[in-house]
Design a binder for this molecule. Structure first.
Ligand code: ADP
Length: 291
């Protein structure tokens, strides 16, 4: 069951074109939606999650018309927004139980089972009596996934989930996401390239409301293989290099600036070829699309 987005557009009342003819065919499994802040990721996520309207375009999941059959979609949708409020003085178990009631799991013993299973799945069972106010960022995100899974969703939308998590919490969260069934369409929006590289079988890069590239991460990396060159330079040379080459990344390595450039041919001048990575793909797309 694929999620098919066709020519979706949205212009906010202030004139910002957040989505411009976005079309994507998203199969089950993990799909990474990558783009810088302001690219339109949240607008797309919120539209698919039936929380806001598009101006034009269609979205379907199997036979369901997502934008018009909101009630039906909500029954099979799990959504973890970028920020969500938690009642700080309630325990994880009590809140999850309460949310399960709201989701319509009215049978008491069934609800107990579901809540217990989700607390185990998200590794929060030991902490179930603890008030949510004392949870770490990673624990809060895992609680967010637990509540998103209450409906056993066919479509799970996770908006920038790893922002603010430390590396260990991020790993735990990655593991949890990658365990989710292969029968679910999981859309993960992020500006962290690493998230997509680790987790996703399909991806798209968006910027300024446009889809710049879509495909399988390994394929898009292979497409620029042999075109990425690297050189250590002096700090004051960066601007000149930017004029002469397609500089797609500049970073510090052991305190010295290193640049990655994109070139069809060997540029010489002390550059050496390096294996391409998803970051190179990402930055070259954003570079080409800069306004
Ligand atoms: P992302 O999630 O990729 O950071 P968003 O979808 O939040 O991007 O935003 C896309 C663009 O739309 C940005 O320029 C943002 O400022 C603008 N935008 C988002 N929400 C609104 C809104 N409610 N009203 C006006 N402009 C908005």
């Amino acid at each position: 069951m694929n999620l098919i987005i066709n020519n979706l557009s949205k212009t906010y009342s202030n004139g910002v074109k957040a989505l411009q003819n976005v079309s994507l065919d998203i199969p089950t499994g993990m799909f990474g939606l990558l783009g810088p802040n302001g690219a339109g990721k949240s607008t797309l996520m919120r539209t698919i999650a039936t929380l806001q309207e598009a101006d034009t375009g269609t979205v379907s999941l199997g036979n369901l018309d997502v934008l018009n059959e909101k009630h039906e979609i909500r029954k099979i949708l799990g959504y973890l927004p970028q920020q969500f409020g938690l009642y700080p003085k309630i325990s994880a178990e009590v809140l999850l139980n309460h949310l399960a009631v709201l989701k319509g799991i009215t049978n008491v013993s069934e609800r107990k089972e579901v809540v217990k299973a989700l607390l185990h799945k998200t590794n929060l069972y030991e902490k179930r009596k603890q008030n949510l106010g004392g949870f770490s960022g990673g624990m809060k995100q895992r609680f967010g996934i637990a509540q998103a899974l209450l409906t056993n969703p066919k479509l799970l939308i996770v908006d920038e989930p790893t922002a603010g998590l430390d590396p260990m919490e991020r790993n735990r969260f990655y593991n949890l996401l990658s365990e989710l069934g292969e029968n679910t369409v999981v859309i993960l929006s992020t500006h962290i390239v690493e998230d997509v590289k680790e987790l996703c079988t399909n991806m798209a890069i968006i910027n300024n409301g446009h889809v710049l590239l879509k495909g399988n991460p390994l394929d898009v990396i292979a497409d620029i293989e042999g075109k990425v060159y690297q050189k250590t330079i002096h700090k004051n040379e960066l601007e000149n290099y930017k004029k002469d080459y397609t500089v797609i990344a500049d970073k510090l390595f052991l305190g010295k600036p290193i640049i990655n450039i994109l070139s069809d041919n060997d540029p010489g001048h002390g550059f050496s070829a390096i294996p391409s990575g998803l970051e190179d793909v990402y930055f070259s797309q954003i570079f080409n699309n800069r306004g």
